[in-house]
Design a protein around this ligand. Structure first.
Ligand SMILES: Cc1ncc(COP(=O)(O)O)c(C=O)c1O
Ligand SMILES: [Zn+2]
Length: 420
């Protein structure tokens, strides 16, 4: 495992980021391609010296994630470099869905609008900047599908080599997207957890000095990209944090960083301090965090995934314990839904709001629906639900239920017969 070192890294330019700090024991390290604490093996995350950041300053920035560059571990001149410029996706006021579910105020943060059609473009943009800083020539990752496509696309734009790793049984669209941008796509016979373990071995063995694995040795940088979802939601609501938010959980990284970002916005005085509840959503067929939550446990027991929500199929989630902590601390919850409920939710969102979500969006909308029905989510509070990927990537999930109303000859009589 690549542990922390204290080598001199003064030539690096990570903007406001000043150090890596251990989430468990608080030990600090110089910025470097490291991810675990020497003292306690805890995960490292970025520590900042933000200085003064204003709403006006942010508003002058581009309409993509780089408007928040003064809150991210990237150089100030990041906008002048070739990159995918993800973010500033739509926050859709979902009145039809709200009415159907009996909620007063609901928005869908629709991250299918990113360059490779998932929220992963946000985190990969951070990994690209880290790879540039550390002089890595190859960008890599272990992926449940969306990350692989985001990495190969971003590497193509940035002029880096790519070599990405996926479980062999992914959806066809995810395999095609991970391959079409060039680079090498290695499909592993095994689960995502097997793929991830293998990538950690590769880093320990030989590649750690040359390859940047977005979600392994670059994880502290990569993970910060998810903060931009929270910044955007707050800004798009008129610089306000929603009362409650439903977030999908695979490794749990996205959820923990959204919480971190809300706290930063409050700390910097960019939004008014207020309580907010974070609800975590999993698929029943891969629900290690939800299972621990319901059992009142702090420790997460790994599972072998079996669900159509393959993008969320991480059986041993690295940030799982932090998700539990955040859900409990904020007064939220962790809940899961069955594959049938996921498909129903995909169709509900499509039918009510014209948004076609991938299975991860079916998980969040399904969990939202379940929690409202059970009275565990306040129907009168301002609510945001995330859709983190595009339904075109997981067509098979709904293909059997989304067929032509009728197949007819091009004749008026035939048409009248089926439309009557
Ligand atoms: C579409 C989509 N949503 C959500 C997630 C969850 O991300 P995290 O691993 O940060 O929990 C993933 C992870 O692969 C994903 O592909
Ligand atoms: Zn530590």
């Amino acid at each position: 495992m690549a542990l922390a070192t204290t080598e001199n890294t003064t030539s690096l330019d990570f903007g406001p980021a000043v150090a890596l700090s251990c989430r468990e024991c608080g030990a600090r390290y110089d910025l470097g391609p490291i991810f675990a604490c020497i003292e306690c093996f805890g995960p490292l995350e970025i520590a900042y010296d933000f200085g003064r950041v204003t709403r006006e300053q942010i508003a002058e920035g581009p309409t993509n994630i780089w408007r928040y560059r003064s809150l991210l571990p990237v150089p100030v001149d990041v906008t002048s470099k070739p990159n995918m410029a993800p973010g500033w996706t739509k926050l859709v006021k979902a009145d039809n869905l709200a009415r159907e579910l009996g909620i007063r105020s609901l928005h869908v943060k629709d991250d299918s609008g990113n360059p490779t059609h998932s929220f992963k473009d946000r985190v990969v943009a951070m990994a690209v900047e880290a790879a540039r800083n550390f002089g890595f020539h190859t960008l890599s990752c272990s992926s449940t599908g969306n990350l692989a496509g985001a990495v190969t696309a971003a590497a193509a734009r940035a002029g880096l080599d790519a070599c990405v790793f996926i479980p062999a049984d992914l959806e066809e669209a995810k395999i095609v997207m991970a391959s079409v941008y060039g680079g090498r796509l290695i499909a592993i016979e095994g689960t995502y957890d097997d793929v991830n373990r293998f990538c950690s071995e590769l880093i320990g063995d030989e590649l750690g000095d040359q390859w940047g694995f977005a979600n392994v040795n670059l994880r502290p940088y990569y993970a910060e990209g998810s903060k931009t979802l929270a910044y955007e939601i707050a800004e798009q609501l008129g610089w306000r944090i929603p009362d409650q938010i439903v977030i999908p959980v695979a490794s749990g990284s996205q959820l923990t960083k959204i919480d971190k970002a809300f706290k930063e916005l409050i700390g910097l005085g960019l939004v008014e301090e207020k309580p907010y509840k974070i609800f975590a959503a999993q698929a029943e067929g891969c629900s290690p965090v939800s299972t621990a939550y319901k059992a009142g446990l702090d420790v997460i027991r790994p599972v072998k995934p079996d669900t159509i929500a393959k993008s969320l199929a991480i059986g041993n989630p690295a940030d799982g314990p932090y998700v539990l902590d955040i859900a409990r601390r904020t007064g939220g919850a962790v809940e899961d839904v069955t594959d049938t409920e996921i498909v129903d939710a995909i169709r509900l969102l499509a039918r009510t709001e014209g948004i076609f979500a991938e299975t991860a969006g079916g998980v969040t909308v399904g969990v939202l629906r379940k929690l409202v029905a059970a009275g565990r989510l306040d129907p009168d509070a301002e609510t945001v639900v995330l859709n983190t990927g595009d339904g075109l990537k997981t067509l098979d999930a709904v293909a059997g239920q989304a067929r032509p109303t009728a197949v007819i000859r091009p004749s008026l009589d035939a048409f009248r017969a089926v439309i009557a």
